[in-house]
Design a binder for this molecule. Structure first.
Ligand code: DON
Length: 566
C-alpha cells in the first residue's frame, strides 16, 4: 500500500502534476484594475469577466489609454460552454475608418500630408470598438452578470480615485504636445489639463455613461443615448463619424496566428494586427539562427566584445526584415489579401534568416523618419482558477487620443486614423511606413502592432503577455518571450530586462530602455548603429508558469501591479 503511494507520488513529480491548490494570476497596468481583477476572481468570475470589469475600470483610472472611445484586440483561451473544449479565440474590436473617410483625406492639394490632421481633433478618430468588444466577449464567455461587472468602474468614476504621479506627467506632456497643433477647439485641457498627484479625481459624466452601459449594454453606445452624444458633437465640429458608422460597427471573431516554438504553441494577433505574424517571424528566424548566434557570441567574447552587442545587432537584423514585410504586406485582411501563410512559412523564413550576417549591418534604403517619445496603450494578462486566459491590448493610439472628449458622455476619442498609411512611404507617428496594403478606405481597419499573445504547453495555458509601445510592441513581446522561456529568467527579470528596438527605419537606429552598458553602446556605434534611449519602450504585463506554478510581473517602466491568487 505504502509502496503504491510512493510510486504515485514519484509519478506525479515526474509528470509535473501537483496537488497544490489551483492558482489564478493577473498582471494589470494599474492598482485599481489589479484590485478589481482579484475581487472578480474571488467572486468566482472567469478570465473574461475579469477582462470586462478591468477594461471599464481602466477607462476611468487610466484615461490615457484605458478607454470607451478606442479599440483593441483580445486573445482568449477558454470554452464558451461546458460542452465545448477549451480552445483559442481572437476578438478584433479595432476601430474602423468612418464611411466618409477616403484614401487622400489627410493630404493637401499638392498631395502633401497635412501635419497632425490624422492625430489631433475630430477627423483623427476611427469608429470606436471597445464597448462592442467587451459586450461580445461577455456574451460569449461571461459568467457573472454584465451589470455587476461595470459597478467597480461606475464607483471609481462617481466617487473618484486618487491620482498617482504618472497620470499628471503624461497629461502635461500631452497638453504641451497638442499646443498650437490644431485649429479646432479641443476640450482636453478642461477635463485632464490640471490633474495633480494625490488629488481625488471624479468623473460624474463618465459615471452616468457607464451606468447607461450597465443598464442597456453596448446598444447604448452604438444606437442609444451615447451614440446620439457622439454624433451630435461630431456634426458640430466637422467630425466624420455618423449615426450609420455607429449602427454598422461590428466586432470580428478571427482565427488567431498559431505557430510552434520551442515546444510551445504561440497564439497571437492576426491582421489587422501585424503583431502575430511579426512575432512568429522573429521567434522562428531566431530559432533558425540560434546555433550560429551562440558561435558568434563566443567569437565576440574572445575579441573582448560584449555578448549584448551581438544580441542587439542580431535582433536589429531580424527586425529589419520583419518591419520591411510589415510595411509591404500587412493591412486589414477584409480589404486586401495578406499572405499570412507565406510570411510565416518555414522555407521563406529560412531564406530570410540566411541573409543575416553577425558581423555587419545590412543596407537600408535612405528614408528619414523619427519616433516620437511618449506613447500609451495598455495591456493586461489574466489566467483564472479554471485555466482560461485573456490577453487584452486596447488603446486610444496616442495617450489621450485625439484630445477630443465627448462632452456629454465624458470620454476621450481615439486618434487611430494615424495608424493608416496616410501617404505611401511617409512615416506615421511611430516612424513606420506603409503603402497600398494599409491605405485608407471606408470601414477598413487600420494596421496595428498590438500583440496580445498566449503560449500553450500541452494544450494548457503557460504564458499570457502583451504591452503598449506602438511599433515597438512586437520587439518587446518577442524579447520577453525569449527572456522568460529560452533564457529561463523569472517573470520579473524577463519583463524588466533591457530591451532594444529596431524597425528598419529610421536607418540603423537602435532604441533601448533601460540603459545599456557604455561599452555595449560604444561597440554598437563602432559597427555603424546610432543609439537612442527611448523613455517609453513598452509596459509589459506578463503571467507565466514556472515549475507548474504561476508567476506574474508588471513592467517597472509603468504603474502596473501583478498578483498570483492562491
Ligand atoms: O495599434 C497600434 O499599433 C497602435 N495604435 C498602438 C499604440 C500604442 O501602443 C501606444 N502606446 N504605447
Amino acid at each position: 500500500m505504502v509502496n503504491k503511494f510512493v510510486i504515485l507520488f514519484i509519478c506525479l513529480l515526474i509528470t509535473n502534476v501537483s496537488f497544490a491548490k489551483p492558482q489564478a494570476a493577473i498582471a494589470m497596468p494599474d492598482k485599481y484594475s489589479a484590485d478589481v481583477a482579484v475581487k472578480i476572481l474571488q467572486q468566482g468570475g472567469n478570465a473574461i469577466d475579469v477582462a470586462v470589469g478591468s477594461a471599464f475600470v481602466l477607462a476611468v483610472t487610466y484615461p490615457e489609454a484605458g478607454n470607451l472611445g478606442g479599440g483593441g484586440f483580445m486573445t482568449i483561451f477558454a470554452k464558451p460552454s461546458n460542452k465545448e473544449p477549451r480552445r483559442s479565440y481572437f476578438l478584433d474590436y479595432r476601430e474602423k475608418a468612418p464611411l466618409l473617410a477616403s484614401k487622400n483625406m489627410y493630404l493637401d492639394s499638392k498631395k502633401n500630408v497635412i501635419p497632425y490632421k490624422s492625430l489631433i481633433g475630430y477627423k483623427a478618430s476611427g469608429v470606436p470598438g471597445t464597448v462592442a468588444g467587451m459586450w461580445d466577449a461577455h456574451q460569449k464567455f461571461g459568467s457573472l452578470p454584465w451589470q455587476d461587472l461595470l459597478q467597480p468602474a461606475i464607483k471609481l468614476a462617481k466617487n473618484g480615485f486618487k491620482v498617482d504621479e504618472k497620470l499628471p506627467a503624461t497629461a502635461n506632456w500631452y497638453k504641451k504636445w497638442i499646443l498650437n497643433k490644431s485649429k479646432q477647439p479641443l476640450n482636453f485641457n478642461k477635463y485632464f489639463g490640471s490633474l495633480k498627484k494625490d488629488q481625488l479625481f471624479k468623473q460624474p459624466i463618465l459615471a452616468k455613461t457607464l451606468n447607461r452601459l450597465a443598464s442597456f449594454g453596448a446598444s447604448d453606445f452604438y444606437t442609444g443615448q451615447t451614440a446620439k452624444y457622439i454624433v451630435e458633437q461630431m456634426q458640430q465640429h466637422g467630425g466624420l463619424i455618423t449615426k450609420k458608422d455607429l449602427t454598422e460597427y461590428k466586432v470580428k471573431w478571427r482565427k488567431p496566428i498559431v505557430a510552434n516554438w520551442l515546444g510551445y504553441q504561440v497564439i497571437s494577433a492576426p491582421p489587422p494586427s501585424s503583431g502575430g505574424v511579426a512575432i512568429v517571424q522573429l521567434l522562428k528566424m531566431k530559432e533558425i539562427l540560434d546555433a550560429k548566434f551562440e558561435i558568434a557570441k563566443l567569437k565576440a567574447t574572445k575579441k573582448g566584445i560584449d555578448e549584448q552587442v551581438v544580441e542587439a545587432h542580431f535582433y536589429a537584423e531580424l527586425s529589419k526584415r520583419v518591419y520591411a514585410d510589415r510595411a509591404k504586406y500587412l493591412g486589414d485582411a477584409d480589404f486586401i489579401n495578406v499572405p499570412v501563410a507565406e510570411l510565416i512559412a518555414e522555407q521563406y523564413l529560412n531564406k530570410r534568416a540566411k541573409q543575416i550576417s553577425f558581423d555587419k549591418i545590412s543596407d537600408t534604403e535612405k528614408v528619414s523618419a523619427g519616433l516620437a517619445e511618449s506613447f500609451e496603450t495598455t495591456h493586461f494578462s489574466i489566467v483564472d482558477f479554471a485555466g482560461n486566459a485573456v490577453a487584452n491590448t486596447y488603446t486610444l493610439n496616442m495617450p489621450f487620443g485625439s484630445g477630443v472628449v465627448i462632452e456629454k458622455a465624458g470620454f476621450l476619442m481615439n486618434n487611430e486614423m494615424d495608424d493608416f498609411s496616410t501617404k505611401p512611404n511617409v512615416a506615421n507617428i511611430y516612424g513606420v511606413i506603409g503603402g497600398k496594403a494599409n491605405e485608407i478606405a471606408p470601414a477598413k481597419r487600420m494596421l496595428s502592432s498590438m500583440s496580445p499573445t498566449i503560449l500553450l504547453k500541452n494544450n494548457q495555458v503557460d504564458t499570457v503577455v502583451g504591452t503598449p509601445g506602438g511599433s515597438s510592441i512586437i520587439t518587446s513581446v518577442f524579447q520577453t518571450l525569449v527572456n522568460v522561456k529560452q533564457k529561463n529568467m523569472t517573470a520579473e527579470q524577463a519583463v524588466d530586462a533591457t530591451r532594444v528596438h529596431h524597425q528598419l527605419l529610421p536607418k540603423d537606429i537602435i532604441m533601448y530602455n533601460p540603459s545599456l552598458k557604455k561599452e555595449v553602446k560604444k561597440q554598437l556605434e563602432k559597427m555603424g548603429y546610432q543609439l537612442r534611449f527611448n523613455n517609453y519602450l513598452g509596459d509589459v504585463q506578463l503571467v507565466t508558469k514556472k515549475n507548474g506554478r504561476w508567476q506574474g510581473a508588471a513592467d517597472k517602466r509603468g504603474r502596473g501591479v501583478a498578483r498570483v491568487i492562491n
